[in-house]
Structure formats: C-alpha cells, structure tokens
Design a protein around this ligand. Structure first.
Ligand code: NDP
Ligand code: HSE
Length: 436
C-alpha cells in the first residue's frame, strides 16, 4: 500500500519531536498502522531551522497554506498553536478534504464545535489526543476505553507548568518567577505562560474532557478559571499541617442540575495517589459508574511525550482512512446528533468543601462569631487550626475546613465574616475535594 502523506505545520517543540519519533520508530509504526506514514512537507516560519531539523528528507516551506492546499497531502498536523492562523489553516485543511491532527487545546476548546461540524460535513477525521495531558492517552480512555460508563466526575492535574511550579516551590523553597523560567526553558510552558499560571490552559483541557465525558458541546466560556498566582506560601503550609496538598485541578462533575466545570487550586488529602504527582507530571482521575475510579499518569508536556500522542492519532487515522465516516469513532465520543444540552452550572451553584483562612484579633468571642455565621448558613465545620500569635503580636490566623456546601453559601458567609470588627483584611477561600 502506498504511504499516507502528512503535512506538518510548525516544527517547534512538539513538531520536532513528532518528526524524530516517527523517523526513529518508522518500522514499528508501519507494522501497526498497516502502511507507512511519511511526513512529505513541513511549513515553519523559520525555514532554515526547519531544513536543519528535517535534514533534507522532505519539502520545507514558509507558507503553511501551501501544505493545506497540496492535493498530495492526506493528513495535516497542526502544531503552530493559538487560535488565529491555526484556526484558518485547520478550517482550510478540512475544506480541502484533509484529515487533521492537532495538539492545540486552545483552538479546540474555543472553536471545536465549528471545527467538528465542518469536519463531519466533509467526512474527515480530526484527532487531538495530544491536546489533553500530553503523552497520556486520556482522550482514548474517555472516548473508547470507558465507553460503557456514565462518567460521574473527572479531576486532573493537567498543566505541567503549574504542577512543576507548585512542586519546586514546596520542595526547594524556590520563588515563583525562578521556577516559571525553568518551566519555559524545559519547553513545558505555553508561548504565553499566563495561560499556564492563570489556569486557562488547564481550563481548555478540562473543557475538552468534559465534552467527551458527558457528551456536551465545548463550552470553554462557561468554565470557571482560577490560576495559582494568588496562592500564598502560608496556605500551602497550613494545608500540609491539616494533611492536604494544594494542586491546580481541572474538575468536571455531573450533577442532577448540570455540569460543574472549573479550574482552581484545590486542597486534596495527601494520602491520595494524585496528591503525590510532582514536577511536570500530569494525572487524571476519572470516576465512572461501572468501573469506579481509574487514574492515568504520565508526562503531560515536552517534545517526545507529546509527539507520542500526535503519532497515535496519525496511526488511528491511517487505519481508518478508508473506512466509511459512520464507522469511525465520533469526534466527541457521542454521536453528533446525540449531544446533550445539560447546562454548565454557574459557580454559585457548585457544591464542594472549603478551606478558609482569616486573620483575626486574638481575643475571646472571635471564633464564636465566625462559627455562628457559618452555622446560620448551614455550613458545617470539619476541622480547624488556630495558630498561636507570634511573640508580642495580638493577631493571629484561624483556618477552618468546612464540609460540603454550595459556593453561594460560602460567599455569603465570607461577606459577613469580613465585616466583623475582629477580622482583618480579606478571608482566603480555597476549595477542597476529598476525591474518594
Ligand atoms: P512551539 O512554539 O515550540 O512551535 C510552534 C512552531 O510553529 C514554531 O516553530 C513556529 O515558528 C511555528 N509557526 C508559528 N507560526 C507559524 C505559521 N504561520 N506557519 C508555520 N509555522 C508557524 O510550540 P509547541 O510545539 O510547544 O506547541 C505546539 C502546539 O502543541 C500548541 O498548540 C501547544 O499548546 C500544544 N502542546 C504543546 C505541548 C508542549 O509540551 N510544548 C504539549 C501539548 C500540547 P517560529 O518559532 O519561527 O515562530
Ligand atoms: N503548557 C502546557 C503544560 C503544555 O504546562 O502542561 C502541555 O499542554
């Protein structure tokens, strides 16, 4: 059988990994795919570097439009990133009847609905294993391996950069800026690292997983997004004293009223396996009604780990290229005419447990005032930590862990607590998930 011809858009961190792994494991991959997969054309703005990387083994161009309009190309791999030029090129590739592989979670979370609709009309495949958790085959697991299940919730460490930052800060006492710079040098961080540290990248990935898990359209605009930039070292310390680790989690949950979709720093019990995922590693915990909890762990970023997922998609497409479109796995796991209109819930309606830290006057009655406010809002307390004031100080920190309640109750409680004369400044609120 003649080789399937691939056009690669962008030969940066992931593109170069894809080129190298495909070349190194060509024989093995051909034995699996049933025919050889050949990168015939590469487009990159830096043509000289691209020529060096490809060693004269394929045509290199500076204009990606030449790749997506080349009639000899069967599959286009988009590894440019962002949702500007990348979106135009993906849409053009689809319009030209090409299958598409992309690692671009930003593009799919924001324009996925439009992309899948166009692809379905054209009868081409769009594959995106690398878009979530890099080398971990979580898309395959959710879309195929867990297909018997009604998925109940997903909680994932799905941004390597922020997990690396949190781990290095905790273990080595390094400061935020130093560790972020290291993550950029190691190729983990996005071109715009604010996407990583402000939780946007994790929210893109959580949006994609929620769509596949619950059979809903992509709704990134409804996701709650909170990063790690406001996290205080003292909260990491207090959480540890209470037996918890703080991780940036991408969480989605099915409830009777709709879907929770949120990214925020989260306390999780230190004895959970996922609490011990360190450095740039990713892990995704999925709870299905039949299987229970399953955990997927591995490298969520980097050149070759991400290439591993890109090439898995290439092999899938190669195997299915000649199958009728209706015999292929649906883009979002559910048939496109069976997507659900379950709403994504506003944050006020989500239900979780909370960590509250407040700076208070060290005098009788303060704790009673605070606990009365919580009780009045039917918020039950799970644990409490009161620090001794430092030598000569008359103020101290109180930390309260609550049982589950609606977010709107905790917001109302904080509003009242902050108005107490004996409470100084803002109350810090973090969410807590037992993940049991
Ligand atoms: P890089 O910035 O390393 O690579 C992007 C490449 O695209 C660069 O070589 C860039 O050239 C080239 N490029 C930019 N604009 C154009 C254009 N108009 N035409 C052709 N080439 C262009 O990014 P990554 O490899 O890190 O990321 C690629 C995608 O993979 C992104 O969507 C990212 O989110 C995703 N991803 C990345 C992971 C990682 O670990 N890095 C992990 C999982 C997903 P130049 O440098 O000259 O501008
Ligand atoms: N910037 C991303 C991360 C790359 O740090 O996880 C992988 O998607």
């Amino acid at each position: 059988m003649k080789p399937i011809k691939v056009g690669l858009l962008g030969i940066g961190t992931v593109g170069s990994g894809t080129f190298n792994v495909l070349k190194r494991n060509q024989l093995e991959i051909t034995r699996r795919a049933g025919r050889s997969i050949e990168i015939a054309m590469v487009a990159d703005l830096n043509v000289e570097r691209a020529r060096e990387l490809t060693n004269g083994e394929c045509e290199v161009v500076n204009d990606a439009n030449l790749v997506v309009s080349n009639p000899d190309i069967d599959i286009v791999i988009e590894l440019i990133g962002g949702y500007g030029i990348a979106r135009d090129l993906v849409m053009k590739a689809i319009a030209n009847g090409k299958h598409v592989v992309t690692a671009n979670k930003a593009l799919l979370a924001t324009h996925g609905n439009e992309i899948f609709k166009a692809a379905e009309e054209k009868g081409v495949m769009v594959a995106f294993e690398a878009a979530v958790a890099g080398g971990i085959p979580i898309i395959k697991a959710l879309r195929e391996g867990l297909t018997a299940n009604r998925i109940q919730w997903i909680a994932g460490i799905i941004n390597g950069t922020t997990n690396f930052i949190l781990s290095e800060m905790r273990d080595k006492g390094l400061d935020f800026a130093t560790v972020l710079k290291q993550a950029q040098e190691l190729g983990y961080a996005e071109a715009d690292p604010t996407f990583d540290i402000e939780g946007v990248d994790a929210a893109h990935k959580a949006t994609i997983m929620a769509s596949i898990a619950y059979g809903i359209p992509m709704q990134f605009d409804k996701a709650h997004v909170e990063g790690i930039t406001k996290l205080q070292a003292s909260d990491i310390r207090y959480a540890e004293e209470l037996g918890y680790r703080i991780k940036l989690l991408g969480i989605s949950k099915r409830t009777e009223d709709g879907i929770e979709l949120r990214v925020h720093p989260t306390l999780i019990p230190e004895k959970r396996l996922i609490a011990n995922v360190e450095g740039a590693m990713n892990a995704v915990l999925v709870h299905g009604d039949a299987v229970g909890a399953t955990l997927y762990y591995g490298k969520g970023a980097g050149s070759e780990p991400t290439a591993s997922a890109v090439i898995a998609d290439l092999v899938d497409i190669t195997r299915l290229a000649t199958a009728d479109p209706e015999h292929r796995v649906p883009y979002l796991a559910f048939q496109s005419n069976s997507l659900s209109d379950l709403p994504v819930l506003p944050m006020a309606e989500i239900v979780t447990s909370y960590y509250l830290r407040m700076h208070v006057a060290d005098k009788p009655g303060v704790l009673a005032d605070v606990t009365r406010i919580l009780a009045d809002l039917t918020i039950s307390i799970d644990a409490m930590l009161q620090k001794e004031p430092a030598e000569g100080e008359t103020q101290t920190d109180i930390i309260i862990l609550t049982h589950q309640t609606k977010e709107k109750n905790i917001v109302a409680a904080i509003d009242k607590i902050e108005k107490l004369d004996s409470v100084f400044g803002e109350v810090t609120k973090l969410r807590l998930e037992e993940l049991s």
